[in-house]
Write a protein that binds this ligand. Sequence first.
Ligand SMILES: Cc1cc2nc3c(=O)[nH]c(=O)nc-3n(C[C@H](O)[C@H](O)[C@H](O)COP(=O)(O)OP(=O)(O)OC[C@H]3O[C@@H](n4cnc5c(N)ncnc54)[C@H](O)[C@@H]3O)c2cc1C
Length: 268
Amino acid sequence: MSYLRPISVAEPRLYVVSRPSFDEKAFLSFLETEAEIWNRTPASTEPEEIVEAAGRICYMSFGERQSPKDTAAYIRNLIRLEHESVLEHAVWSFVLAGVSRAFTHQLVRHRIGFAFSQLSQQYRDHTDARVVEPRLVGLSPPVEAIWRRSLEQSLAAYSEIMSIIDSDEMNQLLPEERREQLRAIRSAARSVLPEATEAVIFFTANARAIRYFLDTRGEILGDEEMRRVSALLLTAVRTEAPSLFQDFELVDAPDGLPLVRHVGLNDS
Ligand SMILES: Cc1cc2nc3c(=O)[nH]c(=O)nc-3n(C[C@H](O)[C@H](O)[C@H](O)COP(=O)(O)OP(=O)(O)OC[C@H]3O[C@@H](n4cnc5c(N)ncnc54)[C@H](O)[C@@H]3O)c2cc1C
């Protein structure tokens, strides 16, 4: 029986699945008890308002003491002063798919302000796993042929190992024994999976942590998968809260891939 099959290639996809919600009624009730008035910026988004409200609480800068006047300028000042703990109040959750296991290994190194839940290779059968193709591979037909052959062989080896050790004996086992036996089988089989295997990861991060991630990872020319994900991430969070990411820009690099540049505030 042949386990070789054509490989299926995945592209990165990012979904914003949870976002900050500002209870303006509760916050305004609090201000009323303090006899304070907040001149809000009509176009501000909820995460921006959360950050502004938190920052203004520090100095009770409402009413006559309210300066700068609008949300973007206020947040700009927080960033300039490196008063960035205030940015931690804005938190999003994302589902990221179509990235390689090699990529998520880099992503989960970010310990502060992130939480991760990744598709398990012990619980999930990867017989039909998709893979992520590096751009450079696709640019060279001979390299791509080697790459595809190697991945087909690895994925075939995975299926073969699964089928040999996932024998009829499994059916004799009690449910909890079976669960652990399956875990052991998949652990053995996954050891031949390539780093290009598609991973799916749910992650949550606050605005400060996202800014740090984009700053350290977004502009590394040779890390193309990281650049693509950084671009998706910046595009998503800039739609959600432009002021919190006003000192980043998305650039089309000569290699045809985007990069994320932390340009700073350029204020004199
Ligand atoms: C270009 C590049 C190359 C890399 N190469 C490698 C590599 O070859 N091998 C490898 O293993 N990793 C490598 N990494 C990963 C890198 O070492 C970090 O693990 C990763 O970038 C996460 O950064 P971080 O620890 O600053 O982030 P976080 O864990 O999110 O921490 C954020 C910040 O919090 C503070 N902090 C966090 N934990 C502590 C602590 N325990 N003590 C004091 N301060 C703390 C620091 O200021 C830190 O910058 C590389 C990263 C980059 C960008």
